[in-house]
Ligand binder design. Structure first.
Ligand code: MG
Ligand code: MG
Length: 283
């Protein structure tokens, strides 16, 4: 039997919103520090500083720790160019003009987890391909979020993401690779909980999105094929064909009367506006 989906009370969703706001501030600060000549560890340290100042802790640091294995060594995943996700920040990894940089981070506040990611250009993008890629990935995330409804189905979100990628491929005149095998997840008292949220699926299928459900929604797109491999550091996921990749993620809460984007400063109001969806306020 599948692991049950953790359902939160409204008060618990409010607590998750506080964690989400702190993470939004931290990622915004990290993003603002991105520039040619800056190292990925510099960006990591900015994000870590804001989380600590806000009374939170990192859920990425020591993720996956076991005996004799300290787990993931940093606060953010810093993934550059053909790195899709789970890149390790380093003082030696200097960002250059034209790079595509994905910042994925999470935090825990009062026991509640938040998880969010953005992809940005470092300086001037080398071509419109990269501009379109980042936009298509962000759009797929918002289309997916807009498809989430109280008592809807998980497949509604997955199908919407899949459809958005197909639309963008047609509109942009290129075939985006949609990375499979990785995807979104339930979130709450842990970062990765049931259910897995695939970036492909069928509308009307999958578990019911009962009020109290919280999910991280995270499409990953490439300018080439969707295939990936893991580097020898056992963390960094890169595209097999060396094509560049983008990654966007927000954590959302589903209430009785609608959804709230927990990790967006405005609760998702601007991102959801094109879809006629008005997020609920948990404040
Ligand atoms: Mg993440
Ligand atoms: Mg995630």
């Amino acid at each position: 039997m599948a692991e049950a989906i953790q359902l939160k009370t409204r008060g618990e969703l409010q607590a998750m919103r506080a964690a989400g706001r702190l993470l939004a501030d931290a990622i915004a600060a990290g993003r603002a520090g991105v520039a040619p000549g800056v190292s990925t560890l510099d960006v990591n340290d900015v994000v870590a500083g804001v989380i600590a100042e806000g009374g939170g802790t990192s859920n990425f640091l020591h993720y996956g720790a076991r005996r004799d294995d300290p787990g993931f060594p940093a606060t953010i995943c810093a993934s550059v160019n053909d790195e899709v996700v789970h890149g390790i920040p380093s003082a030696d990894r200097i960002l250059h003009d034209g790079d595509l940089f994905s910042i994925d981070a999470g935090c825990i506040l009062d026991g509640w987890h938040a998880d969010s990611a953005v992809s940005v250009h470092v300086g001037t993008p080398p071509s419109m391909d990269e501009v379109d890629l980042i936009a298509a990935c962000e759009r797929a995330m918002w289309v997916g979020i807009a498809a989430a409804r109280p008592n809807g189905r998980l497949g509604d979100i997955s199908a919407a993401i899949e459809q958005s990628v197909a639309w963008s491929s047609r509109a942009d005149g290129r075939r985006y690779g949609s990375v499979s095998g990785y995807g979104g997840h339930g979130i709450g008292t842990a970062m990765h909980m049931a259910p897995f949220v695939p970036n492909q699926g069928k509308r009307g299928k999958g578990p019911r999105l009962a009020p109290g459900t919280a999910l991280a929604i995270e499409p990953m797109l490439t300018l080439g094929r969707p295939g990936t491999r893991v580097l020898a550091d056992d963390w960094t996921v890169v595209t097999k064909d060396g094509a560049r990749a983008a990654h966007w993620e927000h954590s959302i809460g589903i209430g009785e009367d609608g959804i709230c984007v927990l990790t967006a400063p405005d609760g998702g109001a601007a991102g959801l506006l094109p879809f006629g969806v008005v997020p609920i306020s948990l404040d």
